[in-house]
Design a binder for this molecule. Structure first.
Ligand code: NAI
Ligand code: MG
Length: 393
């Protein structure tokens, strides 16, 4: 059966890397129709909506999306760039990727951070004898993607009934006299069902892919209710997976340990914000934004995207200099999800081959500051890296 994929390039370098990933998918023999899905800044400016209903309808129908990146700008800029006839009509900018995650309830975010041998950006550490060692990092973060601190239930100057409700908690006493305009509240709401879904997904993945541990990374000693619920559900899930160890770390300590002994960790599971933080931390050990891929998975719809943004300072460069690998690896996650794991593995091997070979490298892999001059200095273009991957395929 030929698949239909909703391809949403978005803004800036999203428009560059998504077509490159599609070239790789085609070279690997994956047959699909790609339908363009409008998303991003230009649709905010022209329609007052960066995620138009027609794109939601396409995802509803076809279920699988490949997404590049979008540009977001602060409130005042967003209002100023809205087209004149839409000004003062009550349009409010909201991140389309967050809207998409919430609309389709894409609650399971997967962010693999695997070091490719030979990547000059891999983390190294000093050994006791004064030499250097490169620990083999192979970590997969499961981030709850819809609740917690990013759910958007928040106020500055909360309404009186909210203040009254908060005042029923003894610890709110310390804030009773703060004037409304000086009081900001962002809630951290977890539900048991969604904690259960993310920890179960983490254990199932660990089992399927042979990881020996799942680490729940929260802060239950301080954030007792929400982190406590996540930890309790992890302990519950662990009973069904007796061969996999359950470890628990605090987010702050985890950020320290990830540069001390990153090779000790396998699957990590966390709430929305801590998952975001710990996944960026591990991504930094395996090459950073040019390599960080992700999946957003719901009950019906799934969207695959690199974790980098639109990198506006490079969007105009021709030829393009950005690394397409994060987008290509995101496309591999899509293949895994739709039952084409063999093609995903072939592409990942080709990527690994290009990295190990070391002849074709974008500026980030050569540790150059980005800019128009990097190609003259020996960096490969975006297209040359894609070509090298396709050559290997
Ligand atoms: P960014 O990820 O776009 O870029 C930060 C820096 O990382 C770039 O200047 C570049 O040096 C490097 N970089 C990013 N992708 C790269 C690649 N593929 N190859 C090589 N180097 C790469 O983050 P920034 O500059 O903070 O945000 C730019 C825009 O992107 C903002 O409007 C922001 O809101 C948006 N954004 C969107 C995201 C999304 O679509 N999911 C995620 C993060 C930011
Ligand atoms: Mg992030």
């Amino acid at each position: 059966m030929k698949r239909t994929i909703v391809a949403m390039p978005g803004d800036g370098i999203g428009k560059v890397v998504l077509p490159e990933a599609i070239r790789v998918l085609e070279a690997a023999g994956f047959e699909a129709d790609y339908i363009n899905g409008d998303i991003g800044w230009e649709f905010w400016c022209s329609e007052g909506n960066p995620l138009p209903q027609r794109t939601i309808d396409l995802l509803e129908e076809h279920k699988i999306g490949l997404f590049g990146a979008i540009t977001s700008k602060p409130k005042a800029k967003a209002a100023a760039e809205l087209s004149p006839e839409l000004q003062d009509k009550g349009f409010v900018y909201y991140s389309p990727i967050v809207s998409m995650r919430q609309h389709f309830d894409l609650d399971i975010c997967i962010r693999p951070c695997r070091a490719f041998p030979g990547n000059p950006l891999n983390f190294i550490r000093k050994s006791a004898d004064g030499g250097f060692e490169e620990p083999p990092v192979d970590v997969v973060i499961f981030r709850q993607n819809t609740q917690g601190l990013y759910a958007g239930v928040e106020w500055t100057d909360p309404p009186q009934n909210v203040r009254d409700a908060l005042a029923t908690h003894p610890r709110f006493k310390a804030f009773l006299d703060v004037p409304g305009e000086d009081l900001a509240v962002s809630t951290r709401i977890f539900t048991r069902e969604y904690c259960r879904r993310i920890v179960t997904a983490a254990f199932e993945y660990a089992q399927k892919h042979g990881y020996k541990s799942v680490t729940v990374c929260e802060k239950p000693n301080v954030i007792r209710e929400t982190s406590g619920m996540m930890e309790a559900e992890a302990a519950e899930a662990a009973k069904r997976f007796p061969d996999i160890q359950l470890w628990s770390t605090n987010i702050d300590a985890q950020m320290m340990w990830l540069t001390k002994n990153p090779e000790d960790y396998g699957v990590i599971v966390a709430g929305n914000m801590f998952g975001d933080i710990v996944s960026d931390g591990f991504a930094g050990l395996v090459g950073g934004l040019g390599f960080a891929c992700s999946a957003n998975i719901g009950r019906e719809v799934a969207v695959f995207e690199p974790t980098h943004g639109s990198a506006p300072k490079y969007e105009q460069l021709d030829p393009s200099i950005v690394n397409p690998i994060a987008m290509v690896l995101s496309a591999c996650m899509m293949l895994d999800h739709i039952g084409e794991a063999d093609k995903a593995e072939r592409i990942r091997s080709a990527v690994a081959g290009v990295i190990a070979d070391g002849k074709v490298r974008t500026y980030d892999m050569l540790k150059m500051p980005g800019g128009a001059d990097v190609v003259a200095k020996g960096a490969a273009t975006t297209q040359q890296v894609t070509d090298a991957i396709i050559e290997r395929l």
